[in-house]
Design a protein around this ligand. Structure first.
Ligand code: FNR
Length: 415
């Protein structure tokens, strides 16, 4: 309400409310390569576009005169009451958008009482991000690296740092074909900003050195070194003694790249992950209802329907299009969450009406971060909350729990 009424007073919000204007403003504030990495998707970016278009399959059917003076937006997840059905998606390499990266985003989430999901590829070590979350809930996202001992070590650290759930991302056992990044030769630079958890990890540091053959080792662009070194210097004292020189940084990046890819994982590996932690585990990147059932059978505690914001498989089905089938297959036995394409309050409403317990917000909060650090992220989150609250009221609902298929119509059918 505050955001809405301040508009009447002629005051502009800190960051644009209109999703496209937010994107444009963020683009103007970023380097070309940061924009390419953050906004980009796989291939021709058809899936990134499809993620947005899928929301147009559904229209909201509002009802009148239902006393909506009080609205409830809170949902429960793993015993925690969350004030909004929105979490901050795990985003790697946030140092591309803002110097304070994950720390600023985590502080913003905490200030709004929302759950922050720290990426394996955060720009700051997970312990520092956990401190930035203060008392607020945080989850840790795991990229299951080629070495089990590194994954196990990450999980131990996450438990010690007070993370309350693990999100294991299944759709990125290898990085997707992303022409914008490939053409710009940006990837090595990015990795330099996404290895904080690795270089601060005892199991990672104990790994044998990567390939001796120099042609097998990825190059780290010289131009990027000053920025990487500056970022590393800003990390907590004592944590990264091993990275005192640019050469050490280059070696760590090479080690990281060598251990990143894990294409040999199968469903038989999930029980091993289950053994590694007592925290709830959610699998992220599920699109097929049969995969959702396999995850449930493997003892997973939650599903995140996602296609990684269209960054992995170009031409993949839109994430929203598969949500109803996954929800039906799971039948309420574990929570189903959703991401890929959420931009507005009505998007959140549609995902919840199709059976998602909550949604993850990706790129929009990165744009807020680029524009205004912690305050920018808060502004984006507050605008989404206000939009959601207002839309819920205008459609005649008092609570997000009233949302189901009956509030949606499909004027064009699906497909
Ligand atoms: C991501 N995403 C992601 N996912 C994950 O599990 N681990 C990660 O490190 C990252 N890193 C990452 C970086 C950037 C720049 C983007 C845009 C996305 C995927 C993310 O968690 C989420 O699935 C999508 O961003 C959701 O789509 P929207 O909201 O961006 O459309």
């Amino acid at each position: 309400a505050r955001i809405f009424t301040s508009g009447f007073g002629g005051r502009r919000p800190l960051v644009p409310c209109a999703p496209e204007a937010l994107e444009h403003a963020a683009q103007a504030s970023m380097t070309r390569r940061a924009w390419a990495y953050i906004a980009g998707g796989a291939g021709l970016e058809r899936t990134a576009a499809a993620n947005r278009a899928a929301f147009d399959h559904y229209r909201i059917l509002q009802r009148m005169l239902r006393d909506v003076s009080e609205r409830k937006l809170a949902v429960e997840l793993f015993g925690r009451i969350m004030p909004l059905p929105v979490l901050l998606a795990p985003i790697g390499v946030l140092g591309m958008a803002h110097r304070e990266a994950d720390l600023a985003a985590a502080r913003a989430a905490a200030a709004e009482g929302l759950t922050f999901i720290t990426s394996s590829q955060a720009s700051y070590p997970m312990e520092a991000v956990a401190s930035a979350c203060a008392g607020s809930p945080r989850w840790f996202q795991l990229y299951w690296s080629a070495r089990d001992e590194v994954a196990a070590s990450f999980l131990r650290r996450a438990e010690t740092a007070g993370y309350e759930a693990i999100v294991v991302t299944l759709d990125t056992t290898q990085l997707g074909w992303r022409p914008r990044d490939l053409d710009g030769g940006y990837l090595p630079f990015l990795h330099g900003r996404g290895i904080a958890n690795y270089v601060s990890d005892p199991a990672f540091c104990a790994l044998p050195p990567p390939a001796a053959d120099p042609s097998e080792r990825p190059a780290l662009g010289l131009r990027s070194l000053p920025a990487v070194v500056e970022l590393l210097r800003s990390w907590p004292q004592g944590m990264l003694r091993a990275l005192s020189s640019p050469t050490a940084v280059v070696q760590a990046v090479q080690q990281f790249v060598a251990g990143y890819s894990r294409p040999d994982l199968t469903w038989d590996d999930l029980p091993r992950l289950r053994q590694m932690t007592s925290l709830p585990i959610l699998v992220k990147g599920i699109l097929h209802p049969d995969d959702a059932c396999k995850a449930l059978e493997a003892g997973m505690d939650g599903i995140i329907v996602s296609n990684h914001g269209g960054r992995q498989v170009d031409g993949a089905v839109a994430s929203l299009d598969m949500l109803p089938a996954v929800v039906e297959a799971i039948g309420g036995r574990i929570p189903v969450l959703f991401d890929s394409g959420i931009r507005t309050g009505s998007d959140v409403i549609k995902a919840l009406a199709l059976g998602a317990r909550a949604v993850l917000l990706g790129r929009p909060y990165i744009y807020g971060l680029a524009l205004g650090g912690e305050a920018g992220v808060r502004a984006v989150l507050q605008a989404l909350a206000a939009d959601l609250d207002l839309t819920l009221a205008l459609m005649g609902c008092r609570s997000v729990h009233e949302l189901n298929r009956s509030v949606l119509v499909e004027p064009h059918g699906i497909g």
